[in-house]
Unconditional design. Sequence first.
Length: 433
Amino acid sequence: MTGIDLKIIAKELHKLNFDENNGIIKIKNANFSDNNFDYTYSDYYKNKHLHNACDTCSKCNHFNNSKNSQDCYLTKDKNNKIQWTNVSHGSHSIDFFDAILYSTNEKIDYTNWSTKPVLFLMENPSTQKQSILYKQNFTNSTNSSNNRFPAQKWYWIWDECKISKYPENFSQGSYGSLINSIINTFHIANGYVTNLVKCGIGEFSVNKETYTSTEYYNPEILKICNNEKLLNEINILRNNDNNMPVIIFAFGKNSYYPAKELLLKENCKIYLLPHPANRLANDYRKLVLFTKILKALKQNNFYDNENEYVELLNILTRDNDSNSKYVNINDFNDKLDILKTQLKINEAKNKFTKNTFKVKMIDSIIEKDTKYINEILVKYRPSNQTIEFGYNFLEKVFWIWSYSDYLTEEQLKSLDYSTYSNYKKFKEIIETD
């Protein structure tokens, strides 16, 4: 993808995100009809004046607030307590470069970086506790009846930004900072991060706010947001060249599977990456992220120079002799057979299977045809609840998990004695030489 001006692509994305009349987040006095106008990170940081927010869904017949229409519910279960909350926008590689320059006075030289389009796709914006007061102030200071409010800060970049590279921010809980690190590590000059759905929904009051996962959204919201926003973002990113495939890294199943369906007829290659909030250990997470991204880029001939791949492989090799920390699956098979027999568990085939185990592995990117085991997870479903326990080989720790909390052995014993007994057997087998 040669001969393109990334600043023009960034500007077109800014128009989609910030135009006063039609933007996802409408910035006061952001008049993109003036060809000389743009709204950049430094403009935001100096001004920070947000004006209004996206109302595309409200204009649609499905969400016209008609009390007689079942389609106006925001969730599949038609929960009338759920309302629109906040709105997110996207950020291009150029925005991260501008933020780095503004914050640190360091200028990124991306002259020789690949300009092939890469989209990083998250799920939807979460409602943040610090946003409650902001929502009150925003709603009270505008004349709009639109019940959405924009993010307090430039989405994905937030506060001061600095250059970061692998393994920095390849960790749990990193969102925009992870994208910044990926862009700089893999030299992605034409990257863009956005949410599959721009608007968040949930129960929202002065003292309470809840997050609603995309899987519970009314499917019409996903269709509208895809047709009106996401497809436009993709086309701008590839410079309106439909013959140019877009590499999409979707974080988590709730962005991956809807994207696979919504973008079925588009020229896109979609890859699943672990969600930043999931429970993967960081030393395992960084290897999964690095190897999956590198393999996808290589499959799509992202770099013109083969030396780029070699240099990236060298980074992984130098990172604490990456694979030396892991246990070869071939050395664990005998113990795995004992676990299956004594705990009466089967390998997980789907989410409905009861009493299962799963071995989390990673293909060695350095040693061909070698698989390493990082963690083994066992799942039981007693009395309509789910209890998981496991062992992390890298960190050498046992753990117990139920719903959203870690448990102690005593808590597990009180919760379900049968599962507790199986956990003790599991622990004994793992610790046996």
